[in-house]
Design a protein around this ligand. Structure first.
Ligand code: ATP
Length: 397
């Protein structure tokens, strides 16, 4: 296909009306099945309309439950309606995962000059206090995926932001912390924890019927009429409902299926397109999970991988895995972890679906766990091969 033909096909899409509307960052004009959360958050933030400081809010919910979308939606509405100066800053703490970077983002928003790196945190905070004071209004700081920041850098930023009002006279700061991992609150100072949690909001997962409804509305905006049938939407919704009711995943699959259909020049998205999209996403997911595993977990997985690859007929027992793991660890000159830890790692790998483990009885020899790889071997290979140590040592990839 020539480049002209590719562009022509894209411009002449039979599938898309407005592809943007399926992208994860787009916040639609309506967010069905989140009325309760929208109303609660609106009530908490409403004091901002008349210039009072709203309570800080802590928002928790699994991934893809609409936390970010609802927060941005309500804040936009408040900003439109407010008689006083109300502003908000959205900072994603996965992308900005150090205290310095989070504060520098806030500084940028306030027009405060802070170099990209190099100042002491205390100095950045001092400049921020001046910037906030000049702002003369209410400013809501949204820290999305805040667990990433706290786990790496502690709670300095949260401490600063929840205390800074004591130093301000003409501005007020509120914080909204969003997370899908409640465990991080263990890392918080008790005072920070209680001020961040002045109000708490929980976002439950969507069910299949709700997801189908959301998909239908997003599809109406993004796709041409008649391109996607109800059965197809039902299928996508059912897949995402099984994965903790994750709306992000539902939209991801629909977008990918639409892209595949579009590239094929089809005028309808079929179940086959959905299957292809799902395979592609699952493959990426497995590879990503493996890439970010700690080294010893990768080594255990590499042991299972090598045992499956080289000895496909043999049952892979915990004992065999431990022997193989010790062999690999010694080649690397590393101290092996205990067999008990290996058992835990095997359970962890089982839970995320990278391997399947089941216990079998060996009659009078007792019981053992038998393991098999739960995703295509080539995905495991790709994930492990991205680790330079594993790649060179074992010739994987
Ligand atoms: N009720 C809804 N109606 C329409 N789209 C929605 C709804 N809820 C979520 N979405 C969409 O689903 C995607 C994921 O939502 P969002 O980013 O708000 O989830 P989240 O809970 O913040 O997840 P994460 O923890 O992964 O950031 C976004 O594209 C968002 O627009």
């Amino acid at each position: 296909m020539s480049i002209e033909e590719i562009f022509h096909q894209y411009l002449d899409s039979k599938v898309f009306r407005d592809r943007e509307k399926l992208l994860p960052d787009y916040v639609p004009e309506e967010l069905p099945h989140r009325d309760e959360q929208i109303v609660t958050l609106a009530k908490v933030l409403a004091p901002a309309l008349t210039g009072s400081r709203p309570s800080n809010v802590f928002i928790y919910g699994l991934t893809g439950t609409g936390k970010t979308a609802v927060t941005k939606y309500v804040l936009r509405k408040i900003r439109e309606k407010a008689q006083h100066k109300v502003d908000y800053v959205y900072i994603n703490c996965r992308q900005n995962n150090t205290s310095y970077r989070v504060l520098a983002e806030l500084a940028k928003h306030l027009g405060v000059k802070v170099p990209f790196t190099g100042l002491a945190l205390g100095e950045v905070m001092k400049r921020l206090v001046q910037g906030l004071e000049r702002h003369r209004g209410i400013i809501v700081v949204v820290l999305d995926e805040v667990d990433n920041l706290v786990k790496r850098n502690g709670d300095d930023v949260l401490y600063f932001l929840t205390r800074v009002n004591e130093e301000l006279t003409s501005s007020k700061v509120s914080v909204i912390g969003i997370t899908n991992d409640l465990k991080f609150t263990e890392f918080l100072d008790a005072r920070v924890k209680s001020s961040l949690g002045e109000e708490e909001l929980v976002f439950p997962p969507y069910n299949a019927v709700q997801l189908e409804d959301i998909l239908r509305r997003r599809a109406r905006e993004a796709l041409k009429d008649g391109v996607v049938d109800d059965e197809v939407l039902k299928k996508v919704a059912a897949i995402a409902a099984r994965q903790n009711g994750d709306c992000r995943l539902a939209l991801d699959i629909l977008l990918k299926a639409a892209d595949i259909a579009d590239r094929e020049g089809a005028d309808k998205i079929t179940q086959v397109h959905v299957d292809k999209a799902r395979n592609e996403i699952e493959k990426n997911l497995a590879v990503d999970i493996i890439k970010t595993m700690p080294l010893h977990v990768k080594l255990v997985l590499a042991s299972i991988y090598l045992l499956s690859r080289d000895n496909s007929s043999r049952m892979i027992t915990t004992g065999l895995i431990y022997d193989k793991y010790k062999e690999l660890a010694s080649k690397l000159g590393m101290e092996p972890v205990t067999s008990r830890r290996i058992s835990d790692i095997i359970n962890e790998l089982d839970i995320v679906g990278i391997i399947n483990a089941r216990v079998i009885s060996l009659g009078r020899y007792g019981r053992t766990k038998v393991v098999s790889i739960g995703v295509p071997l080539k995905n495991v290979e790709e994930g492990l091969a991205s680790d330079s140590i594993l790649k060179t040592l074992f010739g994987i990839g």
